[in-house]
Design a protein around this ligand. Structure first.
Ligand SMILES: O=P(O)(O)OC[C@H]1O[C@](O)(CO)[C@@H](O)[C@@H]1O
Length: 449
C-alpha cells in the first residue's frame, strides 16, 4: 500500500529545520499528556483508540442496518449539524460518484442521500420535502447532546412527514437515531417511539466522532466500505504513535503550524485540486476551528478548492496580507481519467496538450501554483495522498484528529471543548422567548432597538 506523506520542504524558506527540532520537548509533552489522558479535555479523548476499540459486532450491525435501508429506501436523509454531519458528508462527497443522487434511480444499490438540520432555512426543508414526497424514505437523526435546535426543528418536521406517509409504526421502522446512550431529548424520543438507536460514546466529542456510528452508518448506507476506512485509521494510529518528531509526520505538521502561527501566519488554508475534497475541508475547518479558536488564540482555518478558487481568491493569496499559509492535499492518482485529444484546426490553441491527461494538467497547475505562492510569501505544506479511497480517507481523518490534539496542546488550549459556541445559542433562545431566558431577552431587545 502506498503511503500518505508530508512534504514540508516548501516551507523551509520560512522556518528553519532547527525550529522544528526545538519544538521536540513541547511535542513530547503534548504526546505524553494526550496518551496518558492527563491533558485538558482528557475526558473527550476516546477517539484516540477508536480505530482499534470499535467493536466488530457494532460494525456488523451498522452494515446490516445499511443493507436494510438500501433495500427499503430511495432516499436517506441525515439530520445533524457540525460534527454530527460533516464527517459523513465529507466521506460521501469524497468517495462516491460526483452525481451520486442523480444516478440513484438507475442501477446502484445505495439510495439518494440528502442532509437536513444543518441550518434553519425553511426554503431548503420545504423543497426537500417536495423532492421526497413520492419516494421511499429513511432518516438518520444524529445529535450527541440530543438538544441542538437546528436538527431538532428539522427532525420534528420530517417526523411529521414520515408519520403522515407511513403511519406512526411505519415511520418508527424507518427512523434511526444516533445519540447519547442515556441522556438528551433525542434519546427520550427514540425510546418513546421505539427507533433503532446507535450510541455516540461519552468520551468522543462531535467533531471527533466520524469513526463512530455518527459517520459510519451514513457512509455504509452510501455504499462505502467502512472496514477499509477503519483500516486506514488504524494505520494512521500506528504511524502517529511515535513521539520523535523526526519520525512522525503528523507531529511535524502540528509543530510547523505552531511555528508559522508564531510568525504571524495566522490563517491556514486547506487546499485541494479535486472538488470532491470540498467537504473534507469543511470537516477539517470545524475540527481545527472549534479545537484551537479560544482564549483569544488560534489559527483561523479556511479552505480553497483549486484551481476554481485561484480565479476568485488567487489574487489575495498571491499578494494580499502575508498572514497565510497553505496545506495542500495533493492526490496522486485520479479515480477517472480523460485524455485531451488533438483537433485538426486547433482553434482553441490547445493542441500542445494533445495526448496529455487532465490529471497531468491538474498536476502542473498544482506545481505552478505552489511555486508562485511560495514566491509570494505563502509557505506550503504538501500532504501527498495516493488516491481518494476509503482507506486514505480513514487515514486522513485520524492524521488530522491527532495533529489537532497535539497542536492544541502545543498552543496551550483545551482542544476538546467549545465553550464559545454557547453564546449565540443563549441569545437565540432569549430572542425566541424560550423559558428561563426572560431577563436576557429584555436586555437583547433593548440593544436591537
Ligand atoms: O451533535 P450535537 O450535540 O447536536 O452537536 C452538533 C454540533 O454542535 C456543537 O455542539 C456546537 O454547538 C458542535 O460541537 C457539534 O458538533
Amino acid at each position: 500500500m502506498k503511503r500518505i506523506t508530508l512534504d514540508y520542504s516548501k516551507s523551509l524558506n520560512f522556518i528553519g529545520q532547527h525550529e522544528m527540532e526545538n519544538l521536540q520537548p513541547a511535542v513530547e509533552m503534548a504526546h505524553k499528556i494526550l496518551h496518558n489522558y492527563e491533558g485538558a479535555g482528557k475526558e473527550y479523548t476516546g477517539w484516540l483508540e477508536l480505530p482499534h476499540s470499535i467493536d466488530n459486532k457494532l460494525i456488523r450491525d451498522i452494515k446490516n442496518t445499511a443493507l436494510d435501508v438500501q433495500n427499503k429506501c430511495d432516499v436517506f436523509i441525515i439530520v445533524g449539524i457540525g460534527g454530527s454531519y460533516l464527517g459523513a458528508k465529507a466521506a460521501i462527497e469524497m468517495l462516491t460518484h460526483h452525481f451520486h443522487n442523480q444516478l440513484a434511480s438507475q442501477d446502484r444499490k445505495a439510495p439518494e442521500i440528502y442532509f437536513a438540520g444543518h441550518h434553519i432555512s425553511s426554503t431548503y426543508l420545504k423543497q426537500l420535502l417536495d423532492l421526497i414526497e413520492k419516494k421511499e424514505v429513511c432518516i438518520n437523526v444524529i445529535s450527541k447532546s440530543g438538544t441542538t435546535t437546528e436538527p431538532a426543528i428539522a427532525f420534528r418536521i420530517l417526523k411529521r412527514f414520515m408519520e403522515n406517509k407511513y403511519g406512526k409504526e411505519g415511520a418508527s421502522k424507518r427512523t434511526i437515531a444516533t445519540t447519547d446512550k442515556e441522556k438528551g431529548a433525542l434519546k427520550e424520543l427514540a425510546n418513546e417511539e421505539g427507533y433503532k438507536t446507535y450510541v455516540i460514546p461519552d468520551d468522543v466529542g462531535g467533531r471527533y466522532s466520524v469513526l463512530t456510528p455518527v459517520g459510519l452508518l451514513p457512509m455504509a448506507v452510501a455504499g462505502i466500505d467502512v472496514e477499509e476506512i477503519l483500516e486506514g485509521a488504524k494505520e494512521a494510529l500506528k504511524d502517529t504513535n511515535n513521539p520523535n518528531i523526526k519520525e512522525n509526520h503528523c507531529y511535524q505538521y502540528a509543530a510547523i503550524r505552531n511555528i508559522l502561527y508564531r510568525k504571524n501566519k495566522t490563517i491556514e488554508m486547506l487546499v485541494g485540486y479535486e472538488p470532491s475534497l470540498q467537504y473534507f475541508g469543511e470537516w477539517w475547518k470545524q475540527l481545527f476551528g472549534e479545537s484551537e479558536g479560544k482564549d483569544s488564540k488560534g489559527i483561523f482555518p479556511a479552505t480553497g478548492s483549486f484551481s476554481t478558487d485561484l480565479h476568485s481568491m488567487g489574487q489575495y493569496i498571491q499578494q494580499g496580507i502575508r498572514n497565510l499559509f497553505e496545506t495542500v492535499i495533493q492526490v496522486e492518482e485520479s479515480i477517472e481519467e480523460i485524455v485531451i485529444e488533438a483537433e485538426a484546426n486547433d482553434l482553441d490553441g490547445l493542441n500542445y496538450l494533445a495526448g496529455k491527461t487532465m490529471t497531468f494538467v491538474n498536476q502542473k497547475a498544482f506545481e505552478g501554483t505552489t511555486l508562485a505562492h511560495i514566491d509570494g510569501g505563502v509557505p506550503n505544506l504538501i500532504i501527498n495522498v495516493p488516491k481518494l479511497t476509503p482507506y486514505y480517507f480513514g487515514y486522513l481523518v485520524y492524521f488530522f484528529e491527532k495533529a489537532c490534539g497535539i497542536s492544541g496542546y502545543i498552543l496551550g488550549v483545551n482542544p476538546f471543548n467549545q465553550p464559545g459556541v454557547e453564546d449565540y445559542k443563549k441569545n437565540m433562545f432569549a430572542l425566541l422567548g424560550k423559558k428561563g431566558y426572560e431577563e436576557e431577552r429584555k436586555a437583547l431587545e433593548e440593544r436591537l432597538k
